[in-house]
Design a protein around this ligand. Structure first.
Ligand SMILES: Cc1cc2nc3c(=O)[nH]c(=O)nc-3n(C[C@H](O)[C@H](O)[C@H](O)COP(=O)(O)OP(=O)(O)OC[C@H]3O[C@@H](n4cnc5c(N)ncnc54)[C@H](O)[C@@H]3O)c2cc1C
Length: 456
């Protein structure tokens, strides 16, 4: 068994002491079973590529099973149905590299390709197409899961639906996903037909997003520093997979080419505090002005449209040594006043976030811990160098919960246990299934302990 020890930081705010966990490269079923047998009372958690922002894949004092691909994990595509069966370790980047040239795209992609199939299911990830296609779990027809008893179980949304939906969005706390079968999207080119427009304030932006249903993909960047009549101004980007006839300068033989290369590297060290209200204001002004004042159409690569941050190696260094905190919530339609109050609050506090993203979600799926629900979702990141942001987020938490909203567990380093109880009304139902699936209380993580997900 290939194992090492690593430091696990318990909070995203960067002010708590890190502690050790035991990391095992889970290269086969025997290794996983052995790691479970040898684990201590702090339990075990699976980790994919570690791209979740808080600590759902960290387990201080316990074991972390590293479920990552060494290039040899299997991907089997049925060309007739578009169903792919992939090892849970396989990354979305590898799926795209192998399947885009064959005319298939993943059903849902987050803002990075560096996530595994296991991580995509456990967080029930959403993308720019949630309002049309739902989240990753909506496309999964079969999950093969290793339970804490060491049994391999096949879960489907029909025959074993409560276990299936407890695993979708279940943050790794129902077992280790070994592989999954899900439906891919057929494409004829690897390019995106994109429409970009800008809106002068939040009301104009939300009004423009009303016709999102006409586009498969949609997302808005929002300026959280702008104030007064410009508060909540943003740039709206919408689009769909381009067809061959959309591509004027690309010949048919290269229409499905996919190149996942990184273009830039962030400088090794950025001084902490470099991202502040002045630098973020300047960046946001430039970003807003760079967007065309009138609707502009363009053809973009998959990387440029979906994963701009993947083009910059170690982009997280831009936040300096103390890092940053991600924060994402959703509030239901009808609570637009609350969204406006939150944006106003963040703007008044000079929230130094240059990566704030507003999106609108379609229908929720049956997963009790799945994050998306019909409504508006705002994701932002702020530098983690103290200041008032923790207190500001606590106030925003309350506004979100009072409006009937909730927070995204895969991006959480901040909320308190009662925010999960209030935000996820079917938490108790999930807990009952989870306890049935894990009577030994084997699956544990720093996130689960902090939010008391498995202990009630
Ligand atoms: C730049 C960036 C952009 C992002 N954009 C989005 C976005 O647009 N939408 C979105 O939804 N998310 C987004 N995310 C978050 C990311 O998609 C999720 O956190 C995803 O779960 C990460 O996958 P991973 O393989 O790295 O899993 P990890 O971070 O390693 O783990 C995440 C969870 O999955 C569990 N898990 C992992 N593998 C397994 C397995 N084999 N069996 C059981 N459980 C497992 C872990 O226990 C943990 O609970 C973004 C993250 C980054 C860094």
């Amino acid at each position: 068994m290939n194992a090492n020890r690593e430091l696990s930081r318990l909070s995203g705010w960067g002010n708590t002491a890190p502690s050790m966990c035991h990391v095992v490269d889970a290269s086969g079923l025997d290794t996983i079973r052995a790691a479970i047998d040898e684990s201590n009372a702090r339990g075990v958690i699976a980790r994919g590529l570690g791209r979740s922002y808080g600590a759902p894949a960290q387990n201080a004092g316990g074991t972390v099973l590293l479920m990552t691909d060494h290039g040899d994990s299997s991907i089997v595509l049925d060309h007739m149905t578009g169903l792919v069966t992939a090892d849970a370790r396989v990354s979305l980047e590898r799926l795209m590299t192998e399947l885009v040239p064959q005319g298939w795209f993943v059903p849902v992609t987050p803002g990075t390709r560096q996530v595994t199939v296991g991580g995509a299911i456990a967080s029930d990830i959403h993308g720019k197409n949630h309002h049309v296609d739902g989240s990753f779990g909506d496309h999964v027809v079969k999950i093969t899961l290793l339970t804490s008893e060491g049994d391999v179980r096949v879960l489907t949304p029909n025959e074993s639906s409560s276990e299936f939906w407890a695993t979708v969005g279940g943050m790794g706390l129902t077992g280790v996903i070994l592989n999954a079968t899900f439906k891919m999207i057929p494409i004829t080119t690897s390019r995106m037909r994109v429409e970009t427009s800008r809106a002068e304030n939040l009301s104009a932006l939300m009004a423009a997003m009303q016709d999102d249903r006409n586009y498969r993909y949609s997302v808005a960047w929002i300026d959280l520093v702008a104030k007064g009549t410009r508060m909540g101004r943003g740039v709206l980007t919408r689009g769909d997979h381009a067809s061959l006839s959309d591509l004027k300068s690309v010949d048919e033989s290269s229409a499905l080419e996919f190149n996942p290369k990184t273009l830039l590297s962030a400088p090794p060290i950025f001084p902490t505090g470099m991202l502040n209200k002045w630098t973020v204001s300047a960046f946001n002004e430039l970003w807003f002005r760079k967007a065309p004042a009138r609707v502009h159409e363009s053809i973009e690569t998959i990387g440029a449209f979906f994963h701009p941050l993947d083009g910059v190696r170690q982009w997280n260094r831009l936040y300096g040594r103390s890092g940053f905190v991600q924060y994402q919530f959703v509030i239901p339609f009808g609570a637009e006043d609350t969204l406006e109050a939150i944006v106003q609050k963040l703007s008044a506090e000079n929230c130094a976030s240059f990566l704030a993203v507003l999106k609108y979600f379609g229908k929720a799926n049956p997963g009790p811990l799945s994050f998306p629900m019909e409504g508006w979702t705002l994701a932002l990141d702020v530098p983690a160098h103290g200041g008032r942001m923790a207190a500001v987020f606590a106030e925003v938490d309350e506004l979100v919960l009072r409006a009937g909203g909730r927070h995204y567990l895969a991006k959480d380093a901040h909320i308190r246990p009662d925010a999960v109880v209030r935000g996820y009304p079917r938490l108790q139902e999930w807990c009952e299934v989870q306890q049935r699936m894990d009577p030994r209380r084997m699956w544990q993580s720093d996130l689960a302990r902090r939010l008391r997900l498995t202990t009630g």
